[in-house]
Design a protein around this ligand. Sequence first.
Ligand SMILES: Cc1cc2nc3c(=O)[nH]c(=O)nc-3n(C[C@H](O)[C@H](O)[C@H](O)COP(=O)(O)OP(=O)(O)OC[C@H]3O[C@@H](n4cnc5c(N)ncnc54)[C@H](O)[C@@H]3O)c2cc1C
Length: 313
Amino acid sequence: MGGIELRRGVVVDMPRLLAGLWGGLLGGGRAEWVHRRVESISHLLATHDALILTAGATAASIPGLAGLPIKPVRGQNVYYGRAPVDDGGDGGGGGGGGSPTATAVPPPPLPLLCKKYVIPKAAADEVLVGATWEHPGPGVDLAAPPDVAAAAAALADEVAGLWGGAAPGGGTGWRPVRAVAGVRGLPPRGPAGALPLANVLTTSDGEVAHGGRAWAFVGLGSRGILYAALIAGELATAVTTANVAALCPEVRRLPLVATATSTTAATPATAVNTNTADAADAADAADAAAAAAASAATTADSAEAAAAARGHA
Ligand SMILES: Cc1cc2nc3c(=O)[nH]c(=O)nc-3n(C[C@H](O)[C@H](O)[C@H](O)COP(=O)(O)OP(=O)(O)OC[C@H]3O[C@@H](n4cnc5c(N)ncnc54)[C@H](O)[C@@H]3O)c2cc1C
């Protein structure tokens, strides 16, 4: 099987990356993190200079944004942990009593990528494999909790071609121990592939909507971490200079259409949880547990903030 061996590959630890990014922004007092479900673009624009919508796979569910061309596809990653080595006779992935002659499959020495990927997590003696592609349809609940057994079974055949530890039937010295799930927001493919979409919001007639103050950065798909910092830098320039051309043509290849919605019936914020939030605001935070910051209030500091983010990335 062909593939890419990342001899100098590194694994990006997302919680650490995000903590670093936010630390750089919040620590300098240049940004405020507000947990609030965005239900009205107009409502936000009443109190902010500009809005960059980054609501991921569900962006099109925000009123007025149903025209965003984003397709949600669920994905799961599976973590393999050490298991007793056996002959696979239990068929269950290594739960047997062990064999004196069998040896465990070693973890891959490097991250491997060939459609599926296998990533050794040395610190935890775990191997991360991924990811499933679960398209909307019968039997697929995009919001379902992770299902380690189902995800491991779905991945086993393809992943085993990269790493024997995941071979179906077990007996490899490894077994799936947990899974994580998320939903990708896929863009339509362009000539250069499934690149993300970033643009100012327009009306269905092609006119700039919301006075040119509302933008979106969506469709980051299955490789969003690769593109985020680069495109965020271009986007900060585009927003602060009101110049769409600051975005590379591939990411502004499609219009991002905002349909007309009421500008007065803004739903009150359901929750606020910030470093300056008062107790009443914080009491509603549970309602918005699933909603991370999806808007960025852009001020003169936004380009500087984006630059800081790039520095941390
Ligand atoms: C299983 C899996 C494996 C992946 N592996 C990789 C990989 O190896 N490399 C890689 O580069 N990428 C990978 N990705 C893709 C990567 O995770 C995405 O491209 C990236 O997370 C997209 O970032 P985003 O900020 O656009 O969207 P998200 O990370 O989805 O963030 C959007 C946020 O907006 C919030 N939100 C939505 N609606 C609202 C609203 N109305 N109000 C307020 N907040 C709202 C959501 O709660 C969410 O927090 C993977 C994805 C999955 C699912």
